[in-house]
Design a protein around this ligand. Structure first.
Ligand SMILES: NC(=O)c1ccc[n+]([C@@H]2O[C@H](COP(=O)([O-])OP(=O)(O)OC[C@H]3O[C@@H](n4cnc5c(N)ncnc54)[C@H](OP(=O)(O)O)[C@@H]3O)[C@@H](O)[C@H]2O)c1
Length: 302
């Protein structure tokens, strides 16, 4: 019998790719969505605000992967928007874990998304999973999100958290936005350009989720980043060389903060996040280097 894996927020960019990898490995992906239930298609409704969930969603689940949360890439970050970013992750995670804890047959494994925004801005040292969280909005939100997992984790279920870096895909995230500029032969330098971009190819990330699902020795927090982060400036240089751009527009940090407010955190925050723990667990990257990943993204978009 196919093993059922329930993906909360599985309709999003990472969820759709994870569904593809799961199917290719013989699993039965099921979706937990705020949309309508379609049990014949393995789609189940939940409403994390009203705290309701289709009673069949968790039936005979081998694993649960929680990716739910409102998109943080939408500007502006008003007070209400920040509240929504936090609660759509923390409260939905708490609710989902409560359902798992009280389910007649809890899943064997539970995996929750988090983000590398957890870490403070540090250019010098590698950021490992045991580092303390930043005290800015992203840091505290990720920390509270992860605490919701730790505090509600059922004893009989293996739990992993993936701190996801900048996901590189043709379907969303930052790559298509920067790619747009290259059609006009233009790149940008954000702030000093010296902050590290810890990135990961979408397919490697989806493979990592399935790797964690399958590897019984894996437990706890893992950084979901490639082993070769690079500074924003170098990241852009590779892109510029690849697409033969001839103009780099500098956008200083003060201007971004003035124009975008707190949202600028998302563009200016960096950190050299380490992939050492997941590699030591045996995971191998198909696209460890940005140049290779870019080449693949380009092929996929043409
Ligand atoms: N993409 C990145 O670069 C990146 C980086 C770091 C961390 N992450 C984290 O990884 C997770 C998945 O990312 P993604 O890029 O796949 O995101 P996405 O495309 O925006 O998908 C997220 C899914 O969450 C659900 N959702 C949206 N608003 C919600 C709300 N208010 N309450 C509950 N669920 C809601 C939606 O599913 P339904 O409408 O079907 O319910 C949506 O399809 C997110 O939590 C994100 O913070 C992503």
């Amino acid at each position: 019998m196919q093993k059922k894996v329930l993906l909360a927020g599985g309709t999003g960019m990472i969820g759709r790719q994870t569904q593809t990898i799961l199917k290719s490995k013989g699993y039965l992906p099921a979706i937990l969505t705020r949309g309508d239930s379609l049990p014949e298609k393995n789609i189940y409704h939940w409403d994390p605000v009203k705290k309701t969930i289709d009673s069949k969603a968790l039936d005979q689940c081998f694993g649960v992967i929680n990716l739910a949360g409102t998109n943080i890439g939408q500007w502006p970050w008003t007070k209400a928007r920040k509240q929504e970013i936090a609660s759509s992750r923390i409260e939905s995670t708490t609710f989902l874990m409560e359902q798992i804890r009280t389910a007649p047959h809890p899943p064997e494994v539970y995996i929750n998304a988090s983000a590398t925004g957890f870490y403070p801005d540090e250019d010098q040292d590698w950021l490992l999973e045991d580092h303390a969280p930043d005290n800015d909005f992203l840091g505290t939100t990720c920390h509270r999100w992860e605490s919701a997992v730790h505090q509600n984790a059922p004893g009989n279920c293996r739990v992993c958290i993936v701190r996801i870096g900048l996901v590189m895909s043709t379907r969303g995230g930052i790559y298509p936005k920067f790619r747009l500029g290259t059609y006009f032969k233009m790149g940008v330098k954000l702030g000093s350009g010296n902050m590290y971009y810890s990135w990961i190819h979408l397919e490697d990330l989806a493979r990592m989720f399935v790797f964690l699902l399958e590897n019984k020795t894996c437990q706890g927090v893992y950084n979901g980043v490639s082993p070769h982060p690079l500074t924003m400036k170098s990241w852009m240089e590779v892109l510029a060389e690849f697409h033969k751009t001839w103009l780099t527009l500098p956008l200083p940090a003060w201007l971004l903060k003035l124009l975008l407010g707190d949202f600028a955190q998302l563009l200016l925050k960096g950190g050299q996040v380490s992939a050492q723990k997941i590699q030591a667990a045996g995971f191998t990257f198909n696209w460890p280097e940005w140049k290779q990943a870019l080449d693949d993204l380009y092929k996929r978009s043409t």
